[in-house]
Design a protein around this ligand. Structure first.
Ligand code: F6R
Length: 240
C-alpha cells in the first residue's frame, strides 16, 4: 500500500484528481471505476474544473460505478445514478457510463449483467471510499473476499451513516447492489480516499489489522498497486 497523509485536504483532492486526469490524458480510452458518497465530491469538482479550463477529453472514456441502492424510484435524488449525473457526468463530456441497476425486480439478472460487463472491461483505476465499518463498495463486514457483483443487506451502521442524505433513517434503502470484493480487486490500480476522524478506526484496521473479512478493506493490503490518500484526521490512529 502506498499511503499518503495530507495536512491540507485541498491538496489531497487536487492530487487525487490529477491521478485520474493524468491517466485520461495518457489513455484517451481509459476505463475508470468510480464511487459515490460524500468523500469523492471534491475530487469530482476538481475534474469538472480541469475539464472546463484544460479541456481534458472524456469522450472515449468509460466509467463503472461500484454500487447502487435497490428500490429507490428512478427520479430519487439519492440514487447513485442521479448522484453521478449531478456531481460529475453532466459537467464533463463522458458518454459511456455504467451504474449497477437498482431495479428490485431484476436483482439476480442485474448482478450477472454487471459482473459480465466489468469482466469484459478491465478497470484501470478504481476509486474507493471507506465505510466507518471498513466496507468498500457496499461490501459489509463478513462479505467473502471472493465475492462478485451481488445484492447486500446494508449494515445498520451504514444505513445510519447514510441517513444524513435522506429525510429519515426509514427512507434509507435496506438493500444495495455492489461490485464484489473480487470484482474490485481485479482493477489494475486502486485509489482509496478517506477524510475525517470517523474513518480513523477503519483506516487503522485497513492498514495494520489482520487481513480478515471483519474489515473488508484489509484485503487492500494484498493488492499490488493500491494508493491510500488520507487527511490528518483519518490518519489520527496510525503512528506516522
Ligand atoms: C459508495 C461506496 C461506499 C462509500 C463509503 C464512504 O459508492 O462504495 O463504500 O465510499 O460508504 O462513504 P462517504 O464517502 O459518504 O463517507
Amino acid at each position: 500500500m502506498n499511503i499518503r497523509i495530507f495536512n491540507d485536504k485541498e491538496e489531497l483532492y487536487r492530487e487525487a484528481a490529477n491521478f485520474f486526469i493524468d491517466h485520461v490524458k495518457e489513455n484517451p480510452n481509459a476505463i475508470l471505476g468510480l464511487a459515490t458518497g460524500a468523500t469523492p465530491i471534491p475530487l469530482y469538482q476538481n475534474l469538472i474544473l480541469d475539464h472546463k479550463e484544460n479541456k481534458t477529453d472524456y469522450s472515449k472514456v468509460k466509467s463503472f460505478n461500484l454500487d447502487e441502492y435497490i428500490g429507490l424510484p428512478k427520479d430519487h435524488k439519492e440514487t447513485y445514478y442521479n448522484f453521478m449525473n449531478e456531481n460529475l457526468f453532466k459537467y464533463i463530456n463522458i458518454k459511456e457510463t455504467y451504474v449497477p441497476n437498482g431495479d428490485p425486480n431484476k436483482k439476480e439478472q442485474s448482478c450477472l449483467e454487471y459482473e459480465n460487463l466489468i469482466s469484459n472491461n478491465q478497470i484501470e483505476i478504481q476509486l474507493l471510499g471507506l465505510g466507518a465499518n471498513g466496507h468498500i463498495g457496499f461490501n459489509e463486514p463478513l462479505t467473502p473476499f471472493d465475492s462478485k457483483t451481488h445484492i447486500v443487506t446494508l449494515a445498520n451502521k451504514t444505513r445510519e451513516d447514510n441517513a444524513r442524505f435522506f429525510n429519515s433513517l426509514d427512507e434509507v434503502p435496506k438493500e444495495a447492489i455492489t461490485m464484489g470484493i473480487a470484482s474490485i480487486m481485479k482493477a489494475k490500480t486502486l485509489i482509496l480516499l478517506a477524510v475525517g476522524e470517523n474513518k480513523a478506526d477503519a483506516i487503522y484496521e485497513m492498514i495494520y489489522g489482520k487481513v480478515s473479512t471483519e474489515c473488508p478493506a484489509s484485503i487492500l493490503q494484498t493488492h499490488s498497486d493500491c494508493y491510500v490518500f488520507i487527511d490528518r484526521a483519518a490518519a489520527s490512529k496510525i503512528n506516522k
